[in-house]
Design a binder for this molecule. Structure first.
Ligand SMILES: [Zn+2]
Length: 309
């Protein structure tokens, strides 16, 4: 069974005593439609990253934009596959015993349970590989004329109602997600969610279409490189002019992100060993996710009971 490849970074039984078992999953998120990543409802969230020669302003995909979307997707998936699970996204109403609650964590709720479960899925803010001026578009309703563009209109021309900034299709975000002390079934649950979830940063059903390219799975006794480090290294390998380009080739970027991660593991001498056959693991997950979820349902419930007693 291909999930054996995960042994080095997983646990057989869930335990309340933290150990250092890590599975790092390297993903490249590529937008396939406009998406909205804003905190104030209008401006795209931006950061500044210093590079070797220069600096640039990436769009930020905050942790919550990723985890919130994945959690919603994971909950619907288990509702479909497991018969007796009723759980919600309402923080005060979570069941605290389903595979999703136990893996992603949940705060002490108003239910009869008086426990809070720590999340064992660690996300990190992700950074676009290109500069905001190349990937962000300001949108106006009733913008004057069809040929409206940023350059030709000053304050006065902006009579329309400003909509949230759109991040354009083709924008790519390297993202490492780490699972700590997870069972192989939980890793399968996460991988299945990542393969199937296609919406991030959506405010309507036509937005936020995203392709998650899974580039590698790594196991070991410590966390892998951070998103920031992987992003900087990728740009270094692509050449700094990449941040200013109008487009980037997806295949090339996928290979380069993988190369960047592997180089960082080596340079920092991290204990992150890549699984031999990524495709075998993903196929195994595609074929057996329902069985894995059923088996995990029992493990999660037993774990919660053992903590409560
Ligand atoms: Zn639940």
């Amino acid at each position: 069974m291909s999930l054996e490849q995960l042994d080095n970074g997983t646990v057989e039984e869930l335990t309340n005593k933290p150990e250092n078992n890590y599975v790092s999953i390297l993903v490249l998120r590529e937008l396939e439609s406009n998406a909205v990543f804003t905190t104030n409802g209008q401006d795209a969230d931006l950061g500044t990253i210093g590079l070797e020669d220069d600096e640039y302003n990436p769009v930020l995909m905050f942790m919550r934009k990723q985890s919130g979307s994945d959690r919603r997707f994971a909950k619907s998936m288990q509702r479909e596959m497991l018969e007796d699970v009723e759980c919600t996204m309402d923080v005060n109403e979570m069941c605290q015993e389903c595979p999703e609650c136990v893996m992603y964590g949940s705060a002490a709720s108003s239910s009869d349970r008086n426990i809070s479960i720590t999340s064992r899925v660690m996300y990190d803010t992700a950074y676009s590989l290109r500069d905001a001026k190349k990937v962000v578009e300001e949108k106006f309703q009733n913008a004057p004329g069809d040929n409206y563009s940023q350059e030709t209109s000053g304050e006065e021309a902006m009579t329309g109602i400003r909509e949230p900034d759109f991040v354009q299709p083709g924008t790519m975000f390297p993202s490492v997600i780490t699972l700590k002390d997870a069972t192989p079934e939980e890793v399968a649950f996460f991988l299945s969610t990542t393969m199937k979830n296609k919406r991030y940063g959506a405010t309507s059903s036509r937005q936020g279409r995203t392709k998650n390219h899974i580039l590698g799975i790594y196991t070991g006794d410590e966390e892998g490189p951070s998103n920031l480090a992987v992003t900087k290294k990728t740009i270094e390998l692509l050449g700094e002019e990449a941040v200013e380009q109008d487009t980037l080739d997806s295949e090339t970027v996928q290979e380069t992100v993988k190369q960047a991660f592997d180089q960082l593991v080596e340079e920092d001498r991290l204990d992150c060993e890549e699984v031999d056959s990524l495709e075998d693991v993903l196929d195994e997950v595609r074929e057996n996710i329902e069985d894995y979820l059923e088996s995990q349902e029992e493990k999660s419930r037993e774990f919660v009971e053992s903590v409560e007693s």
